[in-house]
Design a protein around this ligand. Structure first.
Ligand code: ZN
Length: 258
């Protein structure tokens, strides 16, 4: 079973066609999708999709872009959504220091920390969005030693990868793994233990090389899977099986079919 571990079918570019998109994915063997929220409405839409389609699991959470905007009401809404059927994770949450239009680091850290607490209480893993944030997430992970973390769209350096793996995290690679200039990322991908690997599209963003610049969708995760299999020196079919198993282990609402 191939799983797209992170897609935004809840995004307005994909939502109206969600059913057709899932059918196109299934036609090429992508049998399950994790839909990630980024604010309260998109998290609600993720839950609706998970409850409508048995092969969809939802992640609910407030993206670091929401830091400084989201208050107690939004945090409480995520805690409520965490108890809904079909929810398999809290996310995407995290830190993003790219550009200067985002909230101060302290506010981002506070929002991430509050949601780590929700995940802890609900017994759910966290899906982390991290961009240009060095090792800043590590103390937060260490505050929750039993947290299961997914590093979504991994694009950090070797030091972050080492720390993440040491903490039992799962490492999810997206379409940027296939970009010609990303030799360094492919080298890092070759070092991740197979039982910790996930693949994702992050659609509608980050279409893999063959579709670059166009709208991405879960069916295209095959290209990232093939590149990752090359990095690991294994057959794509074997890696499909392994990453599918890994996804079912992290995101419990997905039904394993092995
Ligand atoms: Zn995302």
């Amino acid at each position: 079973m191939i799983v797209d571990s992170h897609a935004h079918l809840n995004h307005e570019d994909l939502l109206p066609e969600a059913e057709a998109i899932l059918e196109r994915a299934a036609a090429v063997g992508v049998e399950a999708v994790v839909v990630a929220g980024y604010d309260v409405p998109s998290s609600e839409r993720a839950v609706e999709l998970a409850q409508r389609f048995p092969n969809v699991a939802a992640a609910v959470g407030l993206h670091p872009y929401e830091a400084g905007r989201a208050g107690e009401a939004e945090i409480a809404a995520i805690a409520d959504l965490a108890r809904e059927r079909g929810v398999g994770a809290i996310g995407e949450i995290g830190l993003d220091y790219h550009g200067d239009e985002y909230a101060p680091k302290e506010l981002q850290m506070e929002l991430a920390s509050r949601q780590m607490a929700i995940a802890h209480e609900a017994g759910l893993p966290v899906v982390l969005h991290l961009r240009e944030t060095g090792l800043d997430i590590i103390p937060l992970l260490d505050a929750y030693p039993d947290a299961r973390a997914v590093f979504h769209c991994f694009d950090g350096g070797a030091a972050l990868l080492t720390e993440a793996i040491a903490r039992g995290a799962f490492i999810s690679f997206a379409g940027n793994l296939t970009y010609r200039r990303n030799e360094g990322l492919r080298l890092l991908a070759s070092r991740v233990p197979r039982e910790r690997l996930l693949v994702e599209t992050d659609s509608p963003y980050l279409a893999p090389q063959a579709h670059r610049g166009r709208r991405n969708e879960p069916a295209y995760v095959l290209e990232t899977l093939a590149t990752l299999a090359d990095c690991q020196g294994v057959a794509a079919a074997d890696l499909a099986l392994q990453t599918g198993r890994n996804a079912c282990e992290v995101f419990r609402p997905l039904r394993p079919e092995f």
